[in-house]
Write a protein that binds this ligand. Structure first.
Ligand SMILES: Cc1ncc(COP(=O)(O)OP(=O)(O)O)c(N)n1
Ligand SMILES: Cc1nc(C(=O)O)sc1CCOP(=O)(O)O
Ligand SMILES: [Mg+2]
Length: 212
């Protein structure tokens, strides 16, 4: 299966965050994948370029061995250097056509959106392979960004996108049912897995409550 085909069937996407001394990142990623995570994004705004490259090699190799897609955030040069499966860019990052020109036809390209027009634009953009809608709830992981609420998720669902899309922001096991009821069948999480005592069990519980 190609990375694009694998992304289409992905349900649970983990963004790693700064670990703040909470153990080994490779162990966390291994556990998360064993629990059912399909995509792992290295997202740590505190890293230097060289640190991101080195840590990215570690996370990529775990993803390859354990069978998850490996994603790089923001930096197309780092994505290319690491032969990442997925590159994720937000509204203030590289536009999709520029990412595509830099990374070639096979890399899966993701785009953030708050829903609404940006979600429609992402859905109709031939260079976007998936998009995200969020933050559904305010979250300390992305402080200062206003919540778009479950209404934005329901609105995107009504748009009936043909592009795979994920809900993101403040999602945990308690809230997952409401996100699914609003129409999402794929979610991205950070703390729900990175801050869990047992990341494998946390991922498993989330995965088991997602459709498909
Ligand atoms: C899978 C996924 N979805 C959304 C984001 C957020 O991207 P962005 O808005 O560019 O914010 P930063 O993560 O760069 O702070 C993401 N990284 N991954
Ligand atoms: C990285 C990121 N992007 C968002 C967006 O809305 O685009 S919300 C977010 C952080 C999600 O972290 P948590 O699962 O810990 O709330
Ligand atoms: Mg970004």
């Amino acid at each position: 299966m190609t990375p694009r085909e694998r992304l289409a069937s992905a349900r649970l996407y983990l963004c790693t965050d700064a670990r703040r001394g909470r153990g080994d990142l490779a162990d966390l990623v291994r556990a998360a994948i064993a629990g059912g995570v399909d995509v792992v994004q290295l997202r740590d705004k505190s890293l230097s370029t060289l640190e991101e490259l080195r840590l990215g090699e570690v996370v990529r190799d775990v993803c390859r061995t354990e069978g998850a897609l490996f994603a790089v955030n923001d930096r197309a040069d780092v994505a290319r250097a690491l032969a990442a499966d997925v590159f994720h860019a937000g509204q203030d990052d590289l536009p999709p056509h520029v990412s595509r020109a830099l990374l070639g036809p096979d890399v899966v390209i993701g785009r953030s959106s708050p829903g609404g027009r940006q979600a429609r634009d992402a859905d109709s953009d031939p260079d976007v392979d998936y998009f995200c809608v969020g933050p559904v709830w305010e979250t300390p992981t992305k402080a200062g960004r206003a919540a778009v609420g479950l209404e934005a998720v329901a609105d995107v669902r009504r748009q009936a996108p043909t592009t795979p899309w994920f809900a993101i922001g403040g999602i945990d096991l308690d809230r997952l049912g409401r996100v699914v009821d609003a129409g999402a069948s794929r979610v991205v999480v950070v703390r729900a897995i990175t801050e869990a005592d047992d990341p494998q069990a946390a991922a498993r519980r989330l995965r088991d409550r997602l459709p498909g």
